[in-house]
Design a protein around this ligand. Structure first.
Ligand SMILES: [Zn+2]
Length: 499
């Protein structure tokens, strides 16, 4: 048996002004063949899990091509074209294969298509036919379209948010698909609810969504089904066809359908309970004055989260704390490539007047005039602390650490994996030495920061990943969608597909 591995992976935020071009992908991950294998094998990534599941079952791995970018704007045409050209060539070169397993985000939009993942699955079917097993792994925030369901035999998603199970999600997809390769019959059932939720408002480690996940896990543990995925559609994705899906995979067709029906009803029932109250700067300052020594207040600037496709260039929280409480020690972070260049030009130890913030999305983020001192300059690579993606090397691009009053601010050229403390630590800003640590992440920071933060608060600065979804400029997504409208029983609750 031989299985080809492929990846096309980005989380699109339609409201992000800057399109994602091929260069953005090349910076994060762009590899073919042996290089592709070497960069994912043994890593806490979906493809790492897929490779281990294949090798455990004695199936030959054919490393194909992978292209991955951090969350950002709508992908340019050249991105999918590059993937398609390579996929077609690899399909003619790889010889006969029995399966094709792909790593997706699941909420991937391009200027040409609302559904890049669906297109990639259709292409895989066209290239290899119906006899080949096609499986894919997705983010919990994927938008699983009917096209994806129709063209994949197996779909799995992260079962954690904050996401810490990338490896296991790929492993699950491959293990289930390997069973199909071995001749077993498994049914996959699927349905959706018309719902988007602000991604900072819920997690799978507490609250009502945890209850839903536990109820579904119980169905796997008692053998009713083999696997489930419960998606919360990426809420800043403006597409015609969308929804928060449930997928159940099992040996019994009716059981799989019934679990999807139950999962959808449970998700719909908690729709009013998935919003986290926002905090004010006064509340942040009050917490900063009372926090335990060595345990900072972690403040999520979640609406400016590059993990969710926002620009990461907003400086409002730091500026407002400095104005109201100049004695509070702040560990800050901001994306500002122009300021980084200026810091490199001036050098370590220099003090000068500069503007900070609003460098990438001035329509959403203000610029501030400050006096700053350059503390250190960096090339920008750092190793992710995790637990999610631990050991993976990421880059924030050329980076400067600057001092502004009582704030030490990491100024990056292009931050990603923003929930990871190494984004501060690696650049000389140790969060436990401050009163407040600013995090440009919705939820991913809650696992690593939860280990040392006194309290975790969140402030909405109204950037591209704001929780105020009803105020965002959706043009394509139906208005028959929660939270735009609400009803007791949307008709989608009864539209369950199974194959
Ligand atoms: Zn996600």
């Amino acid at each position: 048996m031989r299985v080809l591995l492929m990846e096309i992976n980005q989380e699109t935020n339609t409201f992000c002004a800057t399109p994602a071009v091929l260069e953005d992908y090349k910076r994060t991950f762009f590899a073919e063949g042996e290089e592709f294998y070497n960069r994912v094998h043994g890593k806490q990534l979906c493809l790492g899990g897929m490779i281990d599941a294949l090798e455990e079952d004695g199936i030959e791995v054919i490393p194909g091509f992978g292209i991955r970018a951090t969350a950002g704007g709508v992908s340019a045409s050249e991105v999918y074209k590059e993937f398609e050209t390579r996929f077609r060539r690899i399909a003619t070169e790889c010889g006969t294969i029995d399966g094709c397993y792909l790593s997706f985000h699941g909420a991937h939009q391009s200027v040409d298509s609302d559904d890049v993942c669906g297109d990639a699955l259709v292409l895989a079917r066209e290239l290899f036919g119906n006899e080949v097993v096609i499986a894919c792994s997705c983010d919990l925030h994927g938008n699983i379209t009917k096209k994806m369901f129709d063209n994949a035999d197996i779909i799995t998603a992260y079962q954690t948010y904050p996401h810490v199970d990338h490896y296991n999600t790929g492993y699950r997809a491959a293990k289930l698909a390997n069973r199909l390769l071995a001749g077993e019959k498994l049914y996959m059932a699927y349905g959706r609810v018309p719902m988007i939720q602000p991604a900072n408002g819920y997690s799978t480690s507490e609250g009502k969504l945890l209850d839903v996940m536990q109820a579904l896990f119980a169905k796997v543990e008692n053998g009713t089904i083999e696997d489930f995925s419960a998606f919360q559609m990426q809420p800043w994705l403006d597409v015609i066809e969308g929804g928060s899906a449930v997928i159940a995979i099992g040996k019994n067709e009716n059981a799989a359908k019934e679990i999807v029906r139950e999962g959808l009803r449970k998700m719909w029932a908690i729709r009013h309970d998935m919003v986290r109250p926002n905090n004010t700067i006064d509340e942040v300052i009050a917490a900063a004055r009372t926090h335990a020594e060595g345990k900072p207040v972690a403040v999520s600037d979640f609406s400016d989260s590059p993990n969710a496709g926002a620009a990461g260039d907003n400086f409002d929280i730091v500026a407002e704390i400095m104005e109201k409480a100049p004695d509070v020690k702040i560990a800050g972070i901001v994306n500002d490539p122009d300021l980084v260049k200026e810091c490199f030009r001036r050098g370590v130890g220099t003090t000068f007047e500069a503007t900070i913030g609003g460098s990438k999305s001035p329509e959403m983020s203000k610029s501030y005039s400050v006096t700053l001192t350059v503390c250190s300059l960096h090339e920008g690579s750092f190793t992710i602390e995790g637990p999610a993606m631990r050991g993976v090397v990421d880059s924030a691009g050329p980076t400067a650490t600057v001092k502004i009053g009582n704030a030490d601010v990491v100024v990056t050229s292009g931050m990603s994996t923003t929930g990871d403390p190494q984004l501060l630590r690696h650049f000389g800003v140790e969060p436990t030495l401050y009163d407040v640590a600013i995090v440009k992440a919705c939820t991913s920071f809650r696992v690593p920061y939860g280990k040392f933060a006194d309290v975790m608060l969140s402030v909405d600065t109204l950037c591209a990943s704001s929780a105020r979804l009803a105020e965002m400029p959706f043009k394509r997504l139906s208005r028959e969608f929660y939270p735009f409208t609400d009803c007791e029983h949307p008709k989608q609750l009864d539209e369950i597909y199974c194959k």
